[in-house]
Design a protein around this ligand. Sequence first.
Ligand SMILES: Cc1cc2nc3c(=O)[nH]c(=O)nc-3n(C[C@H](O)[C@H](O)[C@H](O)COP(=O)(O)OP(=O)(O)OC[C@H]3O[C@@H](n4cnc5c(N)ncnc54)[C@H](O)[C@@H]3O)c2cc1C
Length: 351
Amino acid sequence: MRRIGIIGCGTAGIQLAYSLKDDFDVTVHHYEEQQNILDGRIRSTQVHFHPTLERERRFNLPAEDNAPPIRTIHFQLGQQKLFTGKLSGSAASVDQRLHFAESMHDLAAQGVKFIHRRLQPEDLPDLAPSYNLIIDATGKAGPLAPAPVEMRLTPYQAPQRKCIVGYFTGVQPVEPEGFSITVLPGNGEMFEIPAITDAGRATILFIEAVPEGILDVFKGIKNSSEFVARMANVIEEHFHLIYERIDMDQLALIDENAFLQTAITPVIHRPYAILGGTLILGCGDSVFLSDPITGQGCNTASYAAEQLYETLMTHKELTWDEAVGNRLLEPYEAIYYGCYGMEQRDDGAAS
Ligand SMILES: Cc1cc2nc3c(=O)[nH]c(=O)nc-3n(C[C@H](O)[C@H](O)[C@H](O)COP(=O)(O)OP(=O)(O)OC[C@H]3O[C@@H](n4cnc5c(N)ncnc54)[C@H](O)[C@@H]3O)c2cc1C
């Protein structure tokens, strides 16, 4: 059986492990244990749209039946309601801490091997001969593989938003239930997302603050109580329609680690490298890192993982040498480049 090493056990790595495990000898390299993930900090707001949920069903990933269905998107401009759009299929947000930990447990029970170690780029030459193919699914920390930045597709040198996220109780959901987007022109956006977590249902409040704007007021916050107090102030001052649905005495984080602050510079890397004759394909954020404002990082990772699965299945019987690697790459590259209207990669050979 062909040996595939997957580095990373997040959105892309998990779906790949589920889809590939019956046809290949799959090993997942990861560095976070399940309990640490469950007890650790939130990572995302992870809205999986209908096509992603369909893929997860296709590959038998664990499903959270209690996840509140997201069927509508409510748009507000400042304090003014604009409209409510209906999604063609239901979406859902499952706390990644729960989803990742459950999936790792389930995959291990189904015989997928896990190797616990934080890999470094310099480990790859030693790792490469053990596999017919390595998939670099290391997320925004990646890529580990020597895959250069695609400068033509990477216009920003600094984050365009500060991401401020908390998972709360005490917020009455919008009706009809769904998620809501409030835009404060020039200053940023607030996303409100119903989610399921290990502790039950939560409402995610997610501010995308324009740096130095009126929402960029969470600097220096160190603990959960300061975070809650600041969020309450910001909502009272700037988001009146949300404020009306909050019982301020009940507003609380679901746990001490249920808040995060980050800022992401969008960047696109070449989706492959070849090391000592072994092909390394990137998948997910390690290739295509977008600002969370797009709400598409998980959905792109899932789509790319499915395309990679289809490609590998098509070429299952061939020897995975460099020549086949190039054939493997054609459809795979098309995912990453096609949507930008580019015909080939940006390595000097591109048109
Ligand atoms: C605030 C915020 C909100 C977001 N909201 C949404 C949303 O609503 N919808 C959406 O679609 N996307 C959203 N995203 C983006 C989404 O979370 C990511 O795009 C998605 O998780 C990427 O999947 P991935 O598999 O590429 O990486 P990840 O899910 O991050 O997984 C990476 C894995 O690699 C492992 N790893 C990293 N380095 C190493 C190493 N050296 N050795 C071994 N293992 C390693 C990590 O431990 C992890 O297991 C959001 C992101 C943020 C930050």
